[in-house]
Unconditional design. Structure first.
Length: 193
């Protein structure tokens, strides 16, 4: 009887700690950065968090719900779109001269850094193209999320910083970081930049 009670208690514990792995249903697991508690800690586990200092303000999923990512692909480029929460602006990075055919192909981005001041790369906040003077996007970790022996998504984690201008003034993004899950519902062909 004692073994049954322990088994049942363990089973209830693990069921209570489980969360849904449909990317639309994942919530943010906010762990503040010990060095800068206004931002989420940098992580590589699919916490669905993102954050950065944007000009004089803060852009983060921690205070506005779950962050999310959309990855689009065309014959000759990849677009990574980050949004802290519905209703907040979207930050998009266009990475040319790279292509993928499947969600799983995204793992080639692992340990990649892109110089955003290179004119081949484009960055937008909503519809405003940014003329980037300096900055980088680093995909530090990109790996498959496997559940029950099937690829359910890809975890993309990294950092970004940039300074530049757009039509309505200067843009400075500092200490940017993201740890997001891309599911099949957020991997789209011909995603508009």
């Amino acid at each position: 009887m004692l073994r049954f009670t322990i088994l049942l208690t363990t089973l209830f514990f693990f069921c209570a700690c489980t969360r849904t792995i449909g990317t639309k249903d994942l919530g943010t697991v906010l762990v503040p950065d010990p060095a800068d508690p206004q931002l989420p800690v940098y992580s590589e586990t699919g916490l669905n968090t993102l954050g950065a200092y944007y000009n004089n303000g803060l852009w983060t999923s921690s205070s506005n719900g779950s962050g999310y990512i959309v990855v689009g692909y065309k014959a000759d480029s990849i677009v990574i779109g980050l949004r802290a929460a519905p209703g907040l602006f979207q930050l998009k990075f266009l990475i040319p001269k790279h292509t993928v055919g499947t969600l799983e192909d995204l793992v080639f981005l692992n340990d990649s850094t892109f110089d955003l001041s290179n004119n081949d790369y484009k960055v937008k906040i909503d519809t405003g193209l940014i003329n980037v003077q300096s900055g980088s996007l680093s995909i530090k970790r990109c790996r498959k999320l496997v559940i029950n022996n099937a690829v359910s998504g890809v975890i993309i984690s990294g950092t970004f910083d940039l300074s530049g201008t757009r039509s309505n003034g200067p843009v400075i993004l500092r200490k940017g970081r993201f740890d997001l899950v891309v599911g099949k519902d957020r991997f789209v062909y011909n995603y508009w930049f």
